[in-house]
Ligand binder design. Structure first.
Ligand SMILES: [Zn+2]
Length: 162
């Protein structure tokens, strides 16, 4: 078995009035939420895809189909915990993750440390192994027009038997 595997994940959701905004398992009170079958936690979804990608275990849609009522309104952190478990069973543990969130609003900086701590706890790694960066799209394209949030994530998995 190789010692390391890298994976990349991407997700995007558009804003929808009347929903809560949950990013990286943290609710940002008073902010417009995102449209989605689950809680639409775009950060956790991209992270899950990076982990599944690193382990070559498919993607979030194959594990938690949005046609399945079990995942309607689901807490995405529960999906993440189940992926952590699956990756563990496949012989891998998380080395580090690096996540970029792109949106014009809300301002992410005040929430970054809370989100990092939350993700680290879910992944079972120190917060120093979780990087989270927020940026705008400089008003370009749909994300720049404030229509939604985009997230890119990479994850390094370490072989547990090395
Ligand atoms: Zn998603």
């Amino acid at each position: 078995m190789e010692a390391f595997r890298i994976g990349f994940g991407y997700d995007s959701h558009r804003f929808e009035e009347g929903r809560r905004l949950v990013l990286a398992g943290v609710e940002l009170p008073g902010e417009t939420g995102l449209k989605g079958h689950s809680d639409a936690d775009v950060v956790v979804h991209a992270l899950i895809d990076s982990m599944l990608g690193a382990a070559a275990l498919g993607d979030i849609g194959s594990h938690f189909p949005d046609t399945d009522d079990r995942w309607r309104g689901a807490d995405s952190t529960k999906l993440l915990l189940s992926v952590v478990d699956e990756v563990d069973k496949a012989g891998w543990s998380v080395g580090n993750v690096d996540i970029t969130i792109i949106c014009e609003r809300p301002k992410l900086r005040p929430h970054v440390d809370t989100m990092r701590t939350r993700l680290a706890a879910l992944l079972g790694v120190p917060a120093a192994c979780v990087s989270l960066k927020g940026k705008t799209n400089e008003k370009m394209d749909d994300v720049g027009a404030g229509i939604g949030i985009e997230v890119h994530a990479v994850c390094l998995l370490k072989g547990k038997n090395q």
